[in-house]
Design a protein around this ligand. Structure first.
Ligand SMILES: Cc1cc2nc3c(=O)[nH]c(=O)nc-3n(C[C@H](O)[C@H](O)[C@H](O)COP(=O)(O)O)c2cc1C
Length: 368
């Protein structure tokens, strides 16, 4: 292994949780969980990536136990005995292969449409009824709804701890429910959950804070955030540097153990082309462990997945090594490259990049 790979494959201590290297499997919805129960092959699917050299696994988005959490078919949850049993098997298979595993807790908010299963009459829940700016199409949550959901997140995190997960990642990115609260263009509430940045971040902060209070100190509670929204890739929580620092510190002060900052291309700076990316700013501002992500080892960003551009080519990791060597961020999440090649991390470590199987969207449902 040459020097430039040393950081990528060096151990990392995540608040006491030992990771064998800096590679994180990014959360990726697999739609292999009819009725919310992960398929029989789920433990093997995750275990293969752990055996393939990944330092930390983050599960696909798992719906929180709320009547409007669901927005897509066959997404897993934590509700039935069967799904809990499958998650226990997943956790145990991953641990046997040397990686810790976090569960990503997800509520789609207004992305849910009327007519969707499991209860078609239940609308999308949102801060102010809007999914995109300007048009009220969904249900506006009351304060009681918000309080109920905070409790649900905390209970689900406790279930995750009981099932053996090493932590949870609260999905606060990509324009789903928590990000709908962060985004001032669609959170037009005038109570304590809308208006100022502190107020818009209050829902997420309360979830983090109360989950920390009611899980053990070893159990990691972090959050995934993004500036971009699926509703508008150019939208941002804020484009002001001081406000961004304030936002990140609000999450830190709520008790977040780590910040996972979602970019479509990890090498792009937040405020200038070659400046720090969002994860870099998060680390510098808060001192918290930070995870970056976005087009590692692939030549197209993941939005192209939905724009008909199917085939990717493997790319080198020069920029990644440079950023890790400068300690810009601590960990790097890898998505598609780990779907197509569970052995991706081992191949990189062993200098077998040319043997990596490139990601092809045509097979996305068949990568197990
Ligand atoms: C098939 C697929 C499913 C995804 N599902 C989720 C998800 O459940 N939760 C989430 O936060 N991000 C999800 N993402 C985004 C990834 O976590 C990651 O941020 C994105 O793919 C960029 O990383 P990559 O360029 O290495 O693929 C998904 C991406 C893909 C390709």
């Amino acid at each position: 292994m040459n020097d430039s790979k040393n950081v990528l494959f060096s151990e990392y201590n995540l608040n006491g949780l030992k990771l064998k290297n800096r590679i994180v499997m990014a959360p990726m919805t697999r739609s292999f969980s009819p009725k919310g129960v992960p398929a029989d092959y789920a433990p093997t699917y995750y275990a293969k990536r752990a055996a393939g050299g990944v330092g930390l696994i983050i599960t696909e988005g798992v719906e929180v136990s709320h009547r409007a959490a669901s927005g897509y078919l066959d997404v897993p949850n934590l509700e039935s005995d069967e799904s809990k049993m499958m998650w226990e098997k997943v956790v145990s298979a991953v641990h046997k292969n040397g990686s810790p595993i976090f569960c990503q807790l997800w509520h789609v908010g207004g992305i849910r449409k009327l007519g969707m299963p499991p209860s078609p009459e239940i609308p999308g829940f949102t801060p102010s009824g809007c999914v995109k700016p300007g048009k009220k199409v969904a249900y506006e949550m009351t304060v009681e709804d918000i309080e109920e959901l905070i409790e649900i997140y905390v209970n689900d995190a406790k279930i995750c701890e009981e099932l053996g997960f090493d932590g949870v990642e609260i999905h606060g990115a990509h324009g789903y429910l928590i990000d709908q609260f962060f985004w001032d263009a669609i959170n037009t509430r005038t109570d304590q959950f809308g208006g100022s940045l502190e107020n818009r971040a209050r829902f997420a902060s309360r979830i983090i804070q109360e989950t920390q209070q009611r899980t053990s100190p070893e159990f990691q509670v972090g959050i995934r955030i993004s500036q971009w929204k699926q509703q508008d890739y150019e939208a941002k929580i804020t484009s002001d540097k001081d406000e961004l620092n304030l936002f990140l510190n609000i999450l830190k002060n709520a008790g977040a153990d780590f910040l996972h900052c979602s970019n479509r291309r990890f090498w792009e700076g937040e405020f200038s082309e070659d400046g720090l990316n969002l994860a870099g700013i998060a680390k510098k501002t808060t001192g918290l462990p930070s995870i970056s992500v976005g087009s590692v080892g692939v030549d197209k960003d993941f939005i192209k997945l939905y724009a008909g551009d199917h085939q990717t080519q493997t790319t080198d990791l020069v920029k990644l090594h440079q950023k890790l060597n400068k300690s810009e961020f601590d960990l790097i999440a890898v998505g598609r490259a780990l779907l197509s090649d569970p052995e991706w991390a081992n191949k990189v470590q062993n200098g077998q990049e040319k043997d990596i199987i490139p990601f092809d969207k045509s097979f996305v449902e068949n990568y197990v």
